[in-house]
Design a protein around this ligand. Structure first.
Ligand SMILES: [Zn+2]
Length: 129
């Protein structure tokens, strides 16, 4: 996946309240929820594929925060349909289902069901670590 269009980038920042989803900072980058493939791709990411994260958290999602990012849906495995992977917004204490530039609050139990449907029991390993 390549860089998002400016329109998508701005829409994602707006959807995510203009704050880093992880730490609430206001300097934003576009996090690709699904890993950009080897050699990249010409396909531009849609809004559901993106998340507003600050530079530090974006970097840490590939490092120390990797499991946390997977368990909260900030990252999604490359083969997933990102609309099926809910996202946790810790500063709102709320799970959301993303649909493009919109997000819909869902109960934690529903988020768990969605995660389990996508990842199976592997999901529990990320949560417990
Ligand atoms: Zn951050």
């Amino acid at each position: 996946m390549s860089a998002p269009t400016d329109l998508i980038r701005q829409a994602v920042y707006r959807r995510d309240q203009g704050r880093c989803v992880a730490c609430n900072a206001s300097d934003l980058t576009f996090q690709h929820r699904r890993a950009v493939g080897m050699g990249g791709s010409k396909i531009r990411p849609g809004a559901t594929d993106g998340l507003a994260l600050c530079m530090t958290c974006n970097r840490e999602c590939e490092a120390s925060m990797q499991q946390l990012a997977l368990s909260y849906g900030w990252k999604a495995k490359r083969w997933t349909d990102p609309t099926k992977v809910p996202v946790y917004y810790p500063h709102e204490f709320q799970w959301f289902r993303l649909e493009g530039t919109d997000r819909y609050p869902i109960p934690a139990a529903a988020a768990l069901d969605m995660m389990h449907a996508v990842y199976g029991d592997e999901y529990f390993n990320w949560r417990d670590n």
